[in-house]
Design a protein around this ligand. Structure first.
Ligand code: C2E
Ligand code: MG
Ligand code: MG
Length: 696
């Protein structure tokens, strides 16, 4: 019951009890003090006075006796008269003392004594009077005899009895004093006991109240600490009332609010709000928490043509599509697998304990699942996705390295229009050669580590090298020569291609202008990427550079892939038209690997079409490749485009291409890409076999 009282009530009660105890102590002390004071007063006022009066009676009686004795020995009348006067005074004083004593209210026992003394005093007075009369009438001898016979006896009795009374009164006073002392002792003891009781009760109350406050406050403190440490499942004691109850209720409310707010914050921090999948941050955490000895695969997966779907059907449909795809991936995954939505149309998958075979099967299963048509707002969507897979091994790569590798694989998959591509298995750490390239690219450009190799294009009709493609290489000081496919895709993703392409183009224009000045009729080709085609500044830069170098525009060819036109095709087309109008040649690179090749052939102001190596390889003995290449040759002839067959490696392929009147061949069968000086020597030799050694 006490526990249910509020702290205020408890404190009021406790202090009330303490005050009552103190009051009792004070009251008892005061009362005892009063009794003592009254008794003392009584002693001072009566007892002492009575003893004094008794003593005085005795003294007067003695004085009277002495005067009487003097009278008995005095013969002269005049001298006796003086003594009579003194005697009268003493008698009067003695009588007054007796009557004073009689007036003090004494106990019956003492009153009898007083009465006896009073009688004696009267008898003595009479005898004294008679003795004095005898002195005057019959002379001193008779008076002396009378005195000794009668007066003296009474005097002796009077003196003795007054002395006895005085002693008795003294004794009474003494006994009263002793009683007083006893009462004082008792009062002191009572006060001490009361004070002690007050002290004990006070201590008990203090302990009890402190305990009643401290215990719940302590549990509130540990609860608050628990909440601060994030333990929101801690029980908050129920049933407390008053201030502590209010405090605990406030803590419970605080715990619940913090828990729900933290859950919201965690959700915002870790969950993608659109798809409800873990986001990149959560994926990173879960990846870092994986067992150190785990193998597995990290997959980056994105939707082909998602931007086009978004543009065509609107962002609301795009969002629904992303959610549906998230659900399907989740359903297709194994229990221990993980999927996260990174951004836009990109998902990341973690397949723990997956080797290459298992990962390929799992990714293929997901791709197949996603291929099933999706109905959104009455529209049927057939979705294609691409996946880049990076395998990891115990103690191997950090996540961002794996992501970079998977992203590289994804780019490859898209480039080759494969549903998935694997990065070469990474044993131990990912080779630094692949990891730090992006970070080093800027420095490399500044330090002149990029070089341009030229690969000749052989004109089959003229048997002359009439063109060459500029292909970039990175002469890394530590990692030997790095091929473009290891850094160009990253440069394209990071936007650094915007710095590489102007450098390449300037370099190629300078080289081509030099060839032109030396009379070497070789058209130089440079590759452009998607981002380049969106930059009007680059278009102007190329024109300006060619003009400054004095290069005939027709001596420069710009190669673009179909996929380069995917983003903002209208802007890219506008820039291509500007370049074409200026007089530069345009070439469609990797023809046949894109998705709408014929549409581009029709729309683009191109001069050249490069059939991808995929169709050229084995063209001499692969009927399908042969059919494709033959029909492309026919088509280009009709459209007035020259055709370059890329990647011819064998003499048979070359013979087949020659027989089918292909215009140009670029491939190892002719020559591999070479550094500028080597290329110039090689071209000089090839084009002028009879005049070797001409200095270009
Ligand atoms: P691409 O423009 O299609 O270049 C042709 C690629 O095929 C070159 O690879 C070339 O070495 C290779 N090749 C030529 N003949 C044969 C052959 O007979 N067999 C085989 N197996 N390969 C052959 P490279 O130099 O590794 O370049 C790869 C790609 O990198 C290029 O493909 C191009 O897309 C890109 N690239 C190269 N340099 C640049 C550049 O300066 N800027 C841009 N944006 N991309 C570049
Ligand atoms: Mg090319
Ligand atoms: Mg190509």
């Amino acid at each position: 019951m006490v526990n249910s009282m509020s702290i205020r009530t408890r404190l009021i009660l406790a202090f009330a009890v303490l005050l009552a105890l103190l009051f009792a102590v004070a009251a008892v002390s005061l009362q005892r003090l009063e009794v003592l004071t009254a008794t003392t007063q009584d002693i001072v006022n009566f007892q002492a006075r009575r003893a004094q009066l008794a003593q005085r009676i005795n003294q007067h009686a003695q004085a009277e006796a002495i005067i009487l004795l003097n009278l008995l020995q005095t013969s002269g009348r005049e001298e006796r008269v003086k003594l009579y006067a003194a005697l009268d005074e003493e008698i009067a004083a003695s009588g007054k003392a007796v009557s004073d004593l009689d007036m003090t209210m004494l106990s019956a026992e003492v009153q009898g004594e007083i009465d006896h003394i009073s009688d004696l005093r009267q008898r003595y007075g009479v005898l004294l009077q008679e003795t004095v009369e005898l002195i005057e009438i019959e002379g001193t001898p008779k008076a002396r005899a009378y005195f000794e016979d009668r007066t003296h006896k009474v005097l002796r009795t009077l003196l003795f009895d007054t002395q006895a009374l005085e002693d008795q009164l003294q004794q009474m006073m003494q006994s009263e004093l002793e009683q007083l002392k006893l009462a004082a002792d008792q009062a002191r003891q009572r006060v001490i006991w009361l004070a002690f009781a007050a002290l004990v009760i006070g201590v008990w109350l203090a302990w009890f109240i402190a305990r009643g406050i401290v215990v719940p406050v302590r549990s509130a403190v540990s609860l608050a600490r628990g909440i601060a440490a994030g333990h929101y499942d801690l029980d908050v004691p129920q049933g407390q009332r008053g201030e502590i109850g209010a405090l605990l209720r406030a803590l419970r409310t605080m715990r619940d609010s913090i828990a729900s707010r933290e859950a919201k914050i965690l959700r915002l921090a870790y969950v993608d709000p659109l798809t409800d999948l873990p986001n990149r941050t959560r994926f990173t955490e879960l990846f870092d928490e994986r067992p150190a000895q785990q193998n597995g695969a990290l997959v980056l997966l994105d939707i082909n043509r998602f931007a086009a779907i978004n543009n065509a059907l609107g962002h609301a449909v795009g969002d629904q599509l992303l959610c549906q795809i998230a659900r399907r991936i989740q359903q297709a995954l194994g229990a221990s697998d993980l999927v996260a939505h990174f951004w836009a149309d990109q998902y990341a998958l973690l397949l723990p304990d997956a080797d290459r075979v298992h990962a390929a099967a799992q990714v293929q299963h997901i791709i197949d699942t996603l291929r099933a048509p999706i109905m959104l707002e009455g529209q049927r969507l057939d979705i294609e996705v691409s996946a880049g897979v990076a395998l990891y091994h115990p103690g191997s790569a950090r996540l961002h390295d794996l992501l970079r590798c998977a992203s590289q694989a994804l780019t490859l998959a898209k480039r080759h229009h494969d549903p998935m591509a694997f990065v070469a298995d990474m044993q131990g750490d990912v080779p630094p050669a692949q990891l730090s390239l992006i970070g080093e690219m800027r420095e490399a450009l500044a330090q002149g580590e990029f070089v341009i190799y030229y690969q000749p294009k052989l004109n089959l009709a003229q048997h002359q090298i009439t063109a060459a493609e500029a292909l970039i290489r990175w002469r890394h000081p530590l990692k030997s020569m790095i091929p473009p496919m290891q850094f160009i895709p990253f440069a394209e993703q990071t936007g650094f291609i915007r710095e590489i392409t102007p450098w390449v183009v300037r370099q190629v224009i300078a080289d081509a202008a030099q060839w032109q000045r030396r009379g070497l009729s070789v058209v130089a080709s440079a590759n452009l990427s998607t981002l380049d085609l969106l930059s009007h500044a680059l278009v102007q830069d190329i024109q300006q550079c060619a003009t400054q170098a004095g290069l005939l525009p027709a001596q420069l060819c710009l190669e673009i892939t179909e996929s380069a036109l995917m983003d903002q095709p209208e802007l890219a087309l506008q820039h291509l038209h500007e370049l074409s109008v200026f007089g530069f040649k345009l070439s469609i690179d990797d023809y046949g690997t894109g998705q709408s090749s014929l549409a581009y052939v029709k729309t683009l102001p191109v001069n050249e079409l490069k059939i991808d190596r995929a169709f050229v390889t084995g063209v001499d003995h692969t009927p399908k490749n042969a059919a494709i290449v033959r029909s492309t040759l026919l088509l280009c002839r009709e459209l007035g485009l020259s055709v370059v067959a890329e990647g011819a490696e064998t003499a048979e392929e070359l013979a087949w291409l020659t027989a089918n009147q292909c215009d140009l061949v670029q491939g190892y069968v002719v020559a591999k890409p070479m550094p500028l000086n080597e290329f110039l020597t090689w071209v000089e030799k090839y084009n002028n076999p009879d005049t070797c050694g001409t200095d270009l």
